[in-house]
Design a protein around this ligand. Structure first.
Ligand code: PAF
Length: 308
C-alpha cells in the first residue's frame, strides 16, 4: 500500500484510526524522527512494522532541541528520500507537521525538564537539548496514540475490548535520550511501551548518524577509533577482565583528528559512572560505555552495552 503523508494532528489521528479500524488492528506504533533518514532509521521502522498493525513515522525537525540557529538551519531536510525509505519498510503513515502545527502558540511556556539525568553527558555540552527533545516526544506520543482515534470518534471498539497496544521506537545509539524517554514514560505514566532498537553501523563499525555526511573521508576514517575503543571495552567485559578505561581513552587520544569530550562506563539506567573499583577489578554485571567526540566539525556520539 502507498504511504500516506499527513501534516496536521487531526489528519494524523483520523488516518491512523481509519487504518486501525480497517485492519481490526490490535496495535499501533510511532517512530519519531527528524528526517534525513538512513539505515538506522530503517531498522526502527522495520522493527515497528514487524510487530504492529499500524505504523506511523513522524518527521519533524524540532527547533526546541537545537542550541543555535545555525545548527538548526544546517540540519538536512530530505523529505522525498525519507518517504521512499519509509514506504520501502512498510510504514503506513508519515506525519510531517510544520513548526506552527506543533507549537501553535509559539515557543511553549511550559516544557518538560530532563532533570539530573539530562544535565550530564550530552546535556552538559548542549544545555536545554533534552528538555526540548522530551517536550516534543511527549507531544508526538500524545498525537500518535491509538486512543486519539477513539476520542475523535473514528474508532468504536466493542464494549469491554482492550485499547490497541501502543509502542514507540527509539534508537539505542542515542542512549541518553532513550534512558530519558523511558524515565519520562515511567515517571509521568504515559500509556506506551518504549522499544529500544540496536545501533546500525557501517561495515567498518561507524555508528550511522545523519551528521556523518558532514565528515571528510579522512575524518570518517579517524572517527572509527570511537567504535574501536568501545569494542575494546566490550571484549574486556566479555572476558570478565578489568575494563582499564584509561588505555581505551589513550587509544582515542592517539587519533589527532579526534577531540574527545567524554568516554566513561555508566549504569545503563541512571547513567551514573560506575565506581572506580569496577574498572580495576574483573568486570561483572551490566553497564554502558558512552563516548562523545568532535571529529572535524562534527560532534559524534556512540555507546555499547557491556555485560558478563
Ligand atoms: O532522535 C531524534 O531524532 C529526535 O531527538 C526525536 C526523538 C525525533 C525528537 O525530536
Amino acid at each position: 500500500m502507498a504511504i500516506e503523508l499527513v501534516t496536521t494532528v487531526t489528519g494524523l489521528q483520523a488516518a491512523s484510526a481509519r487504518l486501525l479500524a480497517a485492519r481490526s488492528g490490535a496495535s499501533q506504533a510511532l517512530v519519531p524522527t527528524m528526517g534525513a533518514l538512513h539505515e538506522g532509521h530503517a531498522a526502527l521502522a522495520r522493527a515497528a512494522v514487524e510487530n504492529n498493525d499500524v505504523v506511523v513515522a513522524s518527521i519533524f525537525v524540532n527547533p526546541l532541541q537545537f542550541g543555535d540557529a545555525t545548527d538548526l538551519d544546517r540540519y538536512p531536510r530530505t523529505l522525498e528520500a525519507d518517504l521512499a525509505l519509509l514506504e520501502a519498510e512498510g510504514v503506513d503513515l508519515v506525519f510531517a507537521p510544520s513548526v506552527d502545527e506543533v507549537y501553535p502558540g509559539g515557543e511553549p511556556l511550559v516544557r518538560l525538564t530532563s532533570g539530573r539525568l539530562g544535565d550530564k553527558w550530552e546535556g552538559a555540552s548542549r544545555p536545554g537539548h533534552f528538555d526540548g527533545a522530551l517536550t516534543v516526544v511527549a507531544k508526538l506520543l500524545h498525537y500518535g496514540t491509538p486512543a486519539a482515534g477513539l476520542a475523535a470518534g473514528a474508532l468504536t471498539p466493542s464494549a469491554g475490548a482492550a485499547l490497541p497496544a501502543y509502542r514507540a521506537y527509539f534508537g539505542q545509539k542515542d542512549a541518553q535520550q532513550l534512558a530519558l524517554v523511558r524515565r519520562m514514560v515511567a515517571d509521568l505514566n504515559f500509556p506506551v511501551e518504549i522499544v529500544g532498537v540496536p545501533t546500525v553501523r557501517s561495515a567498518e563499525g561507524l555508528a550511522l548518524s545523519s551528521r556523518n555526511r558532514f565528515l571528510s573521508p579522512a575524518e570518517r576514517d579517524a572517527a572509527l577509533v570511537l567504535s574501536r575503543a568501545l569494542r575494546l571495552l566490550q571484549e574486556r567485559a566479555n572476558a570478565r577482565e578489568p575494563l582499564d578505561l584509561g588505555s581505551a581513552q589513550a587509544l582515542v587520544a592517539s587519533q589527532p583528528l579526534v577531540e574527545l569530550d567524554y568516554f566513561d562506563v555508566v549504569d545503563p539506567r541512571t547513567l551514573e559512572p560506575l565506581a572506580e573499583n569496577c574498572r580495576e577489578t574483573p568486570f561483572s554485571g551490566e553497564a554502558l560505555a558512552l563516548i562523545a567526540a568532535k571529529v572535524g566539525p562534527v560532534r559524534l556520539i556512540d555507546n555499547l552495552p557491556l555485560s558478563s
